[in-house]
Design a binder for this molecule. Structure first.
Ligand code: PA5
Length: 429
């Protein structure tokens, strides 16, 4: 279903898989046997098989109840506690979704304008809230949730608020867990051994995704397919490891410090953001790591395209292409042809988009000398998306370990928080 090809990587930049065979097998065993740095955060590895089946049924039941009862769900979370859900919902439902329940996001910023706008928008909505925070203490999320909780209680009364609010958090610890228990909110668990950026396949992603009317069992089935597919320690047979190794090689051997993930569909913009967090937080530490950036073509060919083609040679591209769009549009014929477009009359936009993709690959790699790794999916379905999520997570673990980095911590994220707490006068800072 997912194909990786290196046809547009300069022949001299292609890694020889066999030279790294042993090292890749060694890292594979570190992942499987949980012996590497950060090994207590490898719960995602066999999650597609071991996830809590009873909890999934509860999630689906409550999501269906929400869809029937409320018109809007506010997902309150930030970073790993939000990006997976928005990535999946946009990727499947598109940017002007027709799903019965509208999903909006809060708790992902401290910008008073956005928070004010969203709260004003919610005033006359019949909304429910899903608050997601592993720690339960993240400022952005807690500040917004405090306001949302009060709005819900004012709107429906304290008793009905028990139905209108759910929380996804640690199974036992943290301020959000304590609050949810005290108020009687339904809770779902973010397991101890799964970090935020690997949590889209847990309740963190699944509850909001289910509320958007997407089949989460299919998404998990796609993760399961990928778990089996990318379990082979042999680099010659494992495409997730091939992707990880080639990008590692471009970085280590040729000094390409930037990877640009691109696609040809605007609804993948937030998928790019999810991927950026996954790779940026997993690999960017100890003064090392590829900087993940992104673009959406053909839109960004009219802006960043110039730099990619002609600018300094600091980057390589990874392009995600979907063979079959869910919908298509045909260019119509015009009697006068004043715009000179009749040469495209009768052609489908999917065909034109594909030619743009092929032309750009050729332009960037051959004329521009920019290596392109190509990822191709037949279609974007919940199952294919689950597969893609797992592919990127598995490749990320391999890639970080190849670079001798712990993929599962994020010490750098903490520093700004400490400074901010100090400036805000929080006790103990
Ligand atoms: O990946 C991470 O760990 C972070 O991006 C967190 O997900 C983010 O900071 C939110 O944390 P929490 O879920 O504790 O509110």
């Amino acid at each position: 279903m997912l194909k990786v090809n290196f046809d547009y990587v300069n022949k001299n930049h292609l890694v020889n898989f066999n030279e790294y065979r042993e090292r890749v097998a060694e890292v594979d065993s570190m992942i499987k046997n949980k012996t590497g740095a950060g090994n207590d955060f490898l719960g995602w590895y066999d999650w597609p098989k071991n996830y809590d089946k009873e909890e999934l049924e509860r999630i689906i039941k409550k999501a269906n109840h929400y869809i029937e009862t409320y018109d809007t769900l506010v997902v309150c979370g930030i970073g790993g506690s939000y990006l997976g859900a928005v990535a999946a919902i946009d990727a499947i439902n598109g940017l002007l979704p027709t799903s019965k329940m509208k999903i909006v996001y809060l708790g992902n910023t401290l910008d008073p304008n956005y928070v004010h706008e969203t709260l004003s928008y919610l005033k006359d909505k019949n909304f429910a809230v899903c608050c997601i925070s592993k720690s339960g203490t993240t400022t952005e999320t807690s500040v917004s949730f405090r306001i949302l909780k009060e709005m819900v209680e004012e709107k429906y009364g304290k008793e009905k608020a028990k139905d209108a609010i759910v929380c996804v958090t640690d199974k036992a610890r943290g301020a959000l867990k304590t609050l949810a228990n005290k108020e009687g909110y339904e809770t779902y668990i973010l397991p101890d051994d799964i970090g935020g950026r690997y949590s889209v396949i847990t309740a963190v992603g699944l509850f909001p995704i289910a509320c958007a009317g997407i089949d989460v069992k299919e998404l998990l089935a796609g993760c399961y397919d990928a778990m089996l597919e990318y379990d082979n320690p042999d680099i010659n047979k494992n495409m997730a490891y091939q992707y990880a190794l080639e990008r590692h090689y471009l970085y280590q051997k040729f000094g390409y410090k930037v990877e640009m993930l691109g696609s040809y569909e605007p609804r993948f913009r937030m998928l790019n953001e999810w991927w950026k967090q996954l790779y940026g937080e997993s690999e960017g530490k100890e003064g090392k790591g590829i900087l993940p950036t992104s673009c959406v073509f053909t839109t960004d060919l009219h802006s960043l395209g110039q730099y990619i083609q002609d600018g300094e040679k600091i980057l390589f591209e990874t392009i995600l292409y979907i063979e079959k769009p869910n919908f298509d549009v045909t260019v119509i014929s015009d009697k006068e042809d004043l715009d000179g477009l009749n040469y495209l009359a009768g052609k489908k936009l999917s065909f034109i988009n594909k030619k743009a993709y092929e032309g750009t690959l050729e332009a960037h790699s051959k004329s521009g000398g920019v290596d392109n790794i190509c990822l191709t999916l037949d279609e974007m379905s919940p199952r294919a998306l689950g597969h893609l999520f797992y592919f990127f997570m598995k490749a990320c673990a391999m890639s970080a370990y190849l670079n001798e980095i712990n993929p599962f911590n994020q010490p750098g994220v903490e520093i700004y928080k400490k400074n901010m707490f100090h400036l805000l006068g929080k006790k103990g800072y």
